[in-house]
Design a protein around this ligand. Structure first.
Ligand code: FAD
Ligand code: SF4
Ligand code: SF4
Length: 484
């Protein structure tokens, strides 16, 4: 019988689905957690205290109705729980996998704050929606009205673009999505590795959108293969959801030696191999960590994905070099723990001084690094790292992966639209809601916020769709009036 008693947190401990042993999971790209048995998911959901003011919901960017779906899950009413979970989210099973819950819903959970350990909300969300897919409860995408006289072009098929595509198609618009990659999904497909998000989970979402009538133009780079102006002429509205892709440079000598590579090139190659693609730069060894001593520079989630990918490729040794300490790194604490379990070494408070190797331009052989210490707080309130006098050392390395984050590309130049306003960081400047400075053009996701999270891209896309829908309805009413 399902457990219908809530508030079980006083007697039942926090629990996650069991992780596969580190030695096993470090050999493949499958997700690291086992499937939860329904009784275990229900028992965990029943720990929720059904707060009058649910801080979990407040701190979820999608404002998901978490207490309701937890109660339904605890009562074994899984289909209803799934329906509540999917009412506010276009891909809840993906958020359940990749959201840094410790910084969002679970971090704010009241029972976490009272020292009992949060309800493991993300794991329950994943369980519910995976179950829905298996049971055939995920309905096809069917438009609620016929607005096919109007169309929206979406540039970018990442979580922002896919969310907007689904919601606009549901409203009945013709929706066409343009992406420069050969597969849709953006960083869900080619950035985040399979051990965090198995690719069939993404592909079944995309297949559902295609079956719902959304047209994908893949391998089509806007600005190169088709001008933005052509899209603006072809569609009644255009949404820019292009993400941020310009890798931040590591400005030290030797940064362009063979064997020093960008994180996203490395991760895209690894993900493509997972799809079985031929990838020349991997197949000839340049982007393959097998047998090599790998140093990853950076402390964010991208760096964590690189170190854990290198372990799975059979690297001889993997070290993460980060200039702050463990407590001040931007990456998720859970990801660091997973990486350590899998055999990654962390070199905290260290920054690269040079990538050294044979001659001036030969392959990298070692990283010369500077020991750091934390000084006074900078403008953002974080303690700024500063060099520890005399503290230099070297690390052997024949593959160095630069994972210092991403900035936007020069979109006004790429799109040939100098009137597209951008901020001083290069992100798109919104002029009203999600409207850009170009009439009929909207923007959402990382290209507006800067490198952020999947769930924020989805939230912004959802909000942008409300405005696009409103504007298109007004335009349609205007043309009806004109015709009368
Ligand atoms: P993207 O996902 O970047 O999608 C943009 C799409 O636009 C891409 O498909 C791109 O090909 C396309 N595009 C760009 N320019 C053009 C053009 N000119 N013409 C046509 N198409 C174009 N977030 C989490 O929440 N959890 C995680 O675990 C996590 N891990 C991450 C790991 C890595 C390695 C990276 C890099 C990021 C990670 N993130 C994670 C961040 C998250 O992936 C992004 O915040 C999110 O994908 C942003 O969504 P988006 O739709 O704005 O952009
Ligand atoms: Fe938590 Fe993310 Fe799900 Fe919101 S979408 S409930 S933040 S896992
Ligand atoms: Fe339940 Fe925690 Fe949300 Fe309260 S904050 S409703 S205990 S999940």
């Amino acid at each position: 019988m399902p457990d219908t008693r809530m508030l079980a947190f006083t007697t039942r401990a926090q629990a996650f689905p069991a992780k596969r042993p580190a030695a096993l999971r470090a050999r493949d790209f499958r997700e690291i957690a086992e499937r939860w048995a329904p009784a275990d998911a229900g028992a965990q959901a029943a720990r929720c205290s059904q707060c009058g003011v649910p801080f979990c919901q407040v701190h979820c960017p999608l404002q998901n109705n978490i207490p309701d779906w937890l109660m339904l899950a605890a009562e074994g009413r899984l289909r209803e729980a799934y329906e509540v979970a999917s009412a506010t989210s276009t891909m809840p099973e993906i958020c359940g996998r990749v959201c840094p819950q410790d910084r969002l819903c679970e971090g704010a959970c009241v029972i976490e704050q009272s020292g009992h350990g949060s309800v493991t909300i993300g794991a329950v969300e994943k369980f519910l929606v995976d179950t829905a897919w298996e049971e055939g409860w995920v309905e096809p995408l069917v438009p609620v009205a016929d607005r096919s006289g109007q169309s929206v072009g979406i540039v970018g098929a990442g979580p922002a673009g896919l969310t907007a595509a689904e919601l606009l198609r549901r409203e009945g618009y013709r929706v066409e999505v343009y992406d420069r990659h050969d597969r849709a999904g953006g960083l869900l497909t080619y950035g985040i590795p399979g051990f965090k998000l198995e690719k069939p989970v993404v592909m079944r979402r995309i297949a559902r959108l295609e079956a719902g009538g959304i047209c994908f133009h893949l391998g089509c780079e806007v600005g190169r293969d088709i001008p933005l102006a052509a899209l603006r002429a072809r569609h009644d509205a255009v949404l820019l959801a292009t993400g941020v892709y310009r890798a931040r440079a590591v400005e030290v000598p030797g940064a362009d030696r063979p064997g020093v590579v960008n994180a996203l090139d490395y991760l895209i190659a690894a993900n493509r191999k997972g799809f079985g693609d031929a990838v020349p730069a991997f197949d000839d060894g340049r982007l393959d960590a097998r047998g090599r001593r790998v140093v990853v520079v950076g402390g964010g989630d991208t760096a964590m994905d690189c170190v854990r990918t290198a372990i799975r490729q059979g690297a001889a040794a993997v070290t993460c070099l980060y200039r702050r300490d463990r407590a001040n790194m931007p990456g998720s604490a859970r990801e660091v723990l997973h990486a350590e379990e899998e055999g990654v070494a962390f070199c905290w408070l260290a920054a690269p001084l040079a990538f050294e190797g044979e001659g001036k331009a030969g392959p990298v052989r070692e990283v010369r690094a500077q020991r750091m210490r934390l000084g006074t707080a900078d403008a953002s309130g974080r303690r700024a790292p500063e060099p520890e006098p005399g503290g230099t050392f070297t690390l052997p390395a024949d593959l160095v992966i630069k994972a210092l984050g991403f900035d936007p590309e020069d979109l006004p130049a790429l799109f040939g639209e100098p009137a597209l306003a951008v901020t001083r960081w290069g992100t798109i400047r919104l002029v009203e809601g999600f409207r850009t400075s170009l009439p009929g053009v909207y923007a959402a996701g990382d290209i507006v916020r800067g490198a952020s999270l999947v769930v924020w891209a989805m939230r912004e896309a959802r909000d942008a769709v409300v405005q696009i829908h409103h504007d298109l309805l007004s335009a349609a009413r205007g043309s009806l009036k004109d015709a009368a």
